[in-house]
Write a protein that binds this ligand. Structure first.
Ligand code: SF4
Ligand code: SF4
Length: 430
């Protein structure tokens, strides 16, 4: 075995794979790319061979970069292979190797992105304000009327159109950080706002808090919380993810909560994996375990409560679940049960709901072409159900489904919404 690498790569875990191939039909990249190296089994084999020194670690780069990290392979695996661990270990090893030879400019860019942008709430809020100014000042209109949007690289042009209407600084300034129900609270909830969720979808965060309060909970958007660390962990930056995890655990320890609630499938999965970040630190692992015991997706809490439904919504609705909610958090029934509770909804299950939409964090930005091929497969299933609404539970999936609607020319009759937006509408909450 190759000394240094064997310590970084999750070598022991690769032996759980018995090469049965049951995961192949569930893997989106195997479906769209059709090669063994772009399958779970192939990637596990490559990691094992790299750990044994039979191939150079560089040979992992492309298969690992092109893996969505959706973890559908874990859910169907009969031997319970911990693919997520194998994947993250490979990412970390690749990143360390790349960092050693990176130019100062590249190091500066990465430091800016991972250390100065996502972890800092005020920076994310500033980005939100700049986007709001771009949308409301007329700049966006000029940009599009003059055709300057076509100067952007294709992936940026595509996602620029999918960005939702951002709320203005006045609205942001007056957002409450604590809400009380009309009666004695059923649960006290610590609310996790997230970074992208709060910069681009702050209204959905506010609707989440109001829904919880309307259903009888005291809700606190805890001060001092940070990004969950998912982008860092999935980018092979485990050390930075660990620091963000400590920050969040400390922030949510300052008050006692019945639940720590989030509304983004990817963030929720990362929060639930905090104990894995502290394998060598018992004290922090215990604190992470306590945090995780209370951490749940918002649909889990709402499904236990009585929501004050007021409206009938006569629409055909289909549901695109977040992969990380299904495969990591194992939350599958609650969002569907909540949709079905709304009067008038004609719910249409996708044929293959667990097939990733191709969003996967920033996969759709850095691997745009591959992501669009996966999205095109998803949209065939969606179109077959002829929905008025596509409901999702994660900001990345929401943007990706908006892109899918545009690509298919369906924007005049199909909308993508977060589950919370649909529930807020049915309860007549703004
Ligand atoms: S299903 Fe599991 S054991 Fe079978 S090939 Fe895939 S990862 Fe290996
Ligand atoms: S995480 Fe998703 S894309 Fe990656 S190997 Fe597993 S099923 Fe395929």
């Amino acid at each position: 075995m190759s000394g240094d690498l064997s310590k970084k790569l999750a070598y022991d875990e690769t032996f759980d794979c018995i090469q049965c191939g049951s995961c192949l039909p569930a893997c989106p990249t195997y479906k769209t790319m059709g090669t063994e190296t772009q399958s779970p089994r192939g990637r596990i084999n490559l990691v094992k061979m790299a750990a044994e020194g039979k191939i150079e670690i560089d040979k992992l780069q492309e298969p690992i970069d092109l893996c969505l990290g959706c973890r559908a392979c874990e859910t169907v695996c009969p031997t319970n292979v911990q693919y997520g661990r194998i994947l993250e270990s490979a990412k970390e090893a690749l990143r360390e190797k790349e960092e050693a030879s990176a130019s100062p400019v590249k190091k500066f860019e990465e430091n800016l992105f991972y250390n100065q942008v996502f972890p800092k709430r005020h920076v994310m809020n500033t980005i939100g304000r700049l986007l709001w100014f771009y949308q409301r000042s007329g700049l966006k209109t000029v940009f599009h009327k003059t055709g300057m949007n076509h100067w952007l690289p294709e992936h940026l042009e595509t996602f620029e159109q999918a960005v939702p209407d951002i709320s203005g600084p006045g609205y942001r300034h007056h957002r409450p950080s604590r809400l009380y129900p009309d009666q004695k609270p059923i649960y006290k909830i610590g609310f996790f706002r997230g970074c992208i969720m709060d910069a681009l979808f702050d209204r959905i965060n506010d609707q989440s808090m109001r829904l919880l309060a309307a259903a009888g909970c005291e809700v606190v958007a805890v001060e001092g919380q940070a990004c969950c660390g998912a982008l860092h962990e999935h980018g092979g930056r485990t050390g930075q993810a660990r620091e963000l995890a400590k920050h969040n655990i400390e922030a949510f320890e300052r008050e006692s909560f019945d639940y720590i609630v989030n509304n983004a499938g990817g963030c929720g999965a990362m929060l639930n994996e905090y104990p894995h970040l502290f394998q060598d630190d018992r004290a922090w692992q215990e604190r992470a375990d306590r945090f995780v015991r209370k951490s749940v997706d918002i649909s889990v809490v709402l499904a236990k409560l009585k929501l004050p439904f007021k409206k009938t919504i006569r629409q055909r609705v289909t549901f695109q679940p977040s992969c990380h909610m299904t495969n990591v958090q194992k939350v599958t029934e609650e969002p569907r049960a909540l949709i079905r509770k709304i009067k008038g909804i004609d719910f249409r299950e996708l044929d293959d709901p667990d097939f990733c939409c191709g969003s996967a964090g920033i996969y759709n930005v850095v691997n745009f072409d591959e992501s669009m091929k996966i999205l095109d497969v998803k949209m065939v299933d969606v179109k077959d159900k002829n929905p008025d609404l596509i409901v999702t539970t994660n900001p990345g999936c929401l943007l990706q489904m908006k892109v899918g609607i545009e690509r298919e020319g369906l924007s005049d009759r199909v909308k993508a919404v977060h589950l919370i937006e649909l529930l807020a509408e049915a309860c007549d909450l703004e």
